[in-house]
Design a protein around this ligand. Structure first.
Ligand SMILES: [Zn+2]
Length: 156
């Protein structure tokens, strides 16, 4: 099928008289010269004619009523909405939330209070770097343990 050939939808629209007169004339001239599109048109027309020859079948009853009856038979009643809560029904939740918050604060304060004891030794260990020794007794380790006689350059 060349690229200039119409699509199957356009040929079907031509068959169903759904195009304008100009489009119909253009397609009709193409169908007259293109064997592939002519075969497609003949196939579609044959299918349409066969579909028209099918007998009209009727059920003999209203199917919608049958379906509606089956739906009604299987439908469950809607559950009743939950009863609305009163304000005093929230009291236990409020008490629980308050207790949990209080416990959290108590435990957090306990951790903070315990951390002062943990931090203090670290600070004491760093006291060796202070210019003044802890307790202000010694200037340095040399001053406490050095003997003045052993040090020749130091005057008494
Ligand atoms: Zn064609």
């Amino acid at each position: 099928m060349p690229e200039s050939c119409p699509r199957t939808v356009e040929i079907s629209a031509y068959l169903d008289h759904e195009q304008s007169a100009a489009e119909r004339a253009q397609l009709q001239s193409h169908l007259a010269v293109c064997p592939q599109c002519g075969a497609m048109f003949a196939g579609l027309r044959g299918l349409r004619d066969e579909l028209r020859e099918l007998p009209d079948e009727t059920l003999g009853f209203d199917l919608s009523e049958v379906i509606r009856g089956r739906l009604a038979a299987t439908a469950r009643p809607r559950p009743a909405p939950p009863p609305r809560r009163r304000w005093f029904q929230f009291v236990p939740m409020g008490l629980g939330a308050g207790a949990a918050l209080s416990l959290g604060l108590f435990m957090g304060m306990g951790l903070m209070a315990g951390s002062a004891g943990v931090v203090a030794p670290r600070v004491a260990a760093l006291a060796v770097f202070d210019p003044v020794a802890p307790g202000s007794l010694c200037v340095g380790s040399d001053a406490c343990f050095a003997r003045p006689a052993a040090r020749p350059g130091v005057a008494r």
